[in-house]
Design a protein around this ligand. Structure first.
Ligand code: AHR
Length: 629
């Protein structure tokens, strides 16, 4: 049943082929996609996140205008026990300007002219008299870009909300919160959100970055990681239940990529984002063991704790079942009710669940994976489980992983390829011989170690093979997706951003060209290169049954232009209307934040007569879309 057929026949391929993989690394969530502008908003940073970090990281004590008093971090009477730390301000003299704190955001706070920003804070007035509070966005010189004032009320923690209107675009701002009269104030959960989040959602996503992902038209989104899922030690495992509900009640934790997860972007927000962009959600849970790519990793097979104690596994498995109920269960189920309470009575239509990520194929892993897998399979036959076959096809874990997958009949396994560009060219035939009777494949992470055009083209060549093998490869996603250019824990990435803009890498355009031009059937052997076979040349042809369009992709990752021939008979083309989308340049061209538009795909009308002899430029990807109707 392998892909050896040389006839120009059609086969059905996965409709979920190209998607995205979101992991909070390189400040992809906090300081990135999650639109919160205040860093360390609930004073939960600590040295366990990062050496030198503490509850006051990103905060400054402001005692201007002869004000004085004291400031301390407390935990005796928090807003919620899950969010234990808060700041206590004892204002002895509020001076001329007030006593308080300022936050420097993530490398400064960036605002846009004409936009409004939602400020909120939890305060507890601990002295008898009401205290006037001023909130200001200020630059280094003290110029105010937006301000609001309010007066505190007595009686326990209260949430205060204000809107700051900004008339001038600026970056590097700080948010000041100043008490204007003597007294005692407890402060927590200081937040500033643009009103202009993606689709205007509260606790939402940065509009431009979310749109950049939406514009990829991903068919699925895997989240929340990667290594982040298992964490570096059992206590650092990502627990989805800690990430839902009111943000001030979520349990924050260290990020394995050496910073902090505010968890403001949690599972509810992930599911909602998937829904907004039409991507099937693919949440991944740890397989009951911690990450092998970190300190915790190597402890799995050796010293230290190998996996969750078996006595904890029943509870852990229940968490996975509860996740499915949270996504799909009726509103009168325990977890379906939580989803409804968050504002989403309709189910999220969860179809896939990933168990494990790049796990070392030890007995500890296998035992725990099987325990989870067996229960999910038995209780939720409608859910397709995605397993894992280790970090790399060259490692021992890979073969072991496949043996295990075959033994358990795992529907889909996750393969990862961070390889040189040459690897992507020489592995074009990789899936042609995969046994169609065994597990299907999710290529959950791949990248050719660079953001130059040549990298993107070798990925494109590989993606033609993914399409050709879309009957055994169910899904594929480039990784990593997002990186804050000032905090990259990993390179290369698909999208780089700073506080005010983002850049589509050339790799982004390749992903986009494939994703928006996906089909649901593959037409074999349509494109030939006049007898030349060279690993730098690759092509694919798919049909999109919804539109009837036929889409041909041709990659030339080589130094010379080459002529190609497209078999018109096989395509049975009725229409002559076609568009050519071409991405080409010099092999080392790349888009950067300073030069974001160096390479962009150029669209033009295309005469289908040319298909008989189409010259494929050197270093190019051509996508020809022939209108079906
Ligand atoms: O994508 C970055 C990391 O690479 C992921 O967290 C992990 O799965 C892989 O090793």
């Amino acid at each position: 049943n392998s892909e050896k057929d040389k006839s120009t026949t059609t086969k059905t391929i996965s409709p979920d082929l190209f998607g995205v993989f979101f992991e909070d690394l390189s400040y992809a969530a906090d300081g990135g996609l999650y639109a919160e502008l205040v860093q360390n908003r609930s004073f939960e940073y600590s040295a366990s996140d990062k050496k030198d970090w503490n509850s006051l990281t990103a905060w400054e004590y402001i005692t201007q205008g002869y004000s004085y008093g004291t400031l301390s971090i407390e935990s005796a009477h928090p807003v919620h026990p899950n969010n234990p730390h808060y700041l206590l301000l004892n204002i002895e003299d509020s001076g001329q300007e007030g006593l308080g704190i300022s936050n420097s955001g993530y490398d400064g706070i960036t605002v846009k002219a004409g936009e409004q920003y939602n400020f909120s804070v939890y305060l507890q007035q601990l002295s008898p008299n009401p205290i006037p509070v001023t909130v200001q966005l200020r630059d280094k010189k003290g110029t105010v870009y937006g301000a609001a004032t309010f007066i505190t009320e007595s009686g326990g923690w209260k949430k205060y909300n204000n809107v700051l209107t900004v008339n001038q675009t600026a970056d590097s701002l700080k948010l000041f919160v100043l008490a204007k009269k003597p007294g005692k104030l407890a402060i927590d959960e200081v937040s500033l959100f643009p009103q202009n989040t993606f689709k205007g959602e509260a606790n939402g996503l940065r509009a431009d970055l979310a749109q950049a992902i939406a514009d990829l038209q991903p068919k699925f989104m895997r989240f929340p990681g990667g290594c982040l899922v298992h964490g570096d030690g059992l206590g650092n495992m990502y627990r989805w239940k800690n990430t839902i509900g009111p943000v001030e009640q979520r349990i924050q934790q260290r990020n394995i990529w050496n910073y902090h997860q505010s968890i403001g972007l949690g599972f509810y927000e992930y599911f909602r984002f998937c829904e907004d962009i039409g991507a099937k959600p693919l949440p991944v849970v740890a397989a009951g063991v911690s990450c092998q790519n970190s300190g915790g990793t190597w402890r799995i097979g050796g010293i230290g704790q190998k996996g969750l104690p078996l006595t904890d596994m029943q509870g852990y498995i229940q968490d996975v079942l509860d996740l499915i109920e949270y996504a799909n269960g009726p509103v009168n189920s325990k977890w379906g009710a939580q989803r409804a309470a968050a504002g989403h009575p309709k189910p999220f239509n969860l179809q896939y669940v990933g168990i494990g990520n790049e796990d070392k194929q030890t007995d500890d892993f296998r035992l725990r994976f099987k325990m989870i897998y067996d229960v999910v399979k038995a209780k939720h036959p409608e859910i397709t489980v995605v397993g894992t076959v280790g970090p790399s096809p060259s490692g021992d874990d890979y073969d072991q992983g496949w043996k295990f997958a075959n033994l358990l009949n795992i529907p889909i396994v996750d393969e990862h390829f961070y390889e040189r560009p040459e690897w992507f060219l020489s592995n074009n035939a990789r899936y042609d011989t995969y046994n169609r009777k065994k597990s299907e494949v999710y290529i959950g992470e791949y990248a050719s170690q660079g953001n130059d055009l040549i990298n993107a083209l070798t990925e494109a060549a590989f993606m033609t093979s993914i399409e050709r093998n879309g009957d055994v490869v169910r899904m594929a996603s480039y990784a990593p997706l997002l990186a804050n250019s000032k905090h990259t824990s990993w390179n290369p990435n698909l999208i780089y951003f700073n506080n005010s803009k983002w850049v589509p890498t050339v790799n982004y355009y390749v992903q986009q060209l494939f994703s928006v031009n996906q089909g649901d059937s593959y037409i074999r052997n349509v494109v030939t290169f006049n007898g030349i076979t060279d690993s730098t040349l690759a092509a694919s042809c798919v049909k999109d049954s919804r539109t009837g369009d036929i889409i041909i992709k041709i990659v030339n990752a080589g130094t010379t232009a080459t002529s190609s021939k497209i078999d018109l008979k096989a395509l049975n083309i009725q229409s002559k209307k076609a568009k050519l989308n071409i991405l080409k340049g010099n092999p080392n061209d790349k888009n950067t934040l300073n030069e974001p538009l160096k390479l962009v795909p150029i669209v033009s009308d295309f005469d289908t007569k040319t298909l008989n002899n189409y010259t494929v430029p050197a270093y190019s990807l051509s996508v020809i879309r022939i209108k079906g109707r």
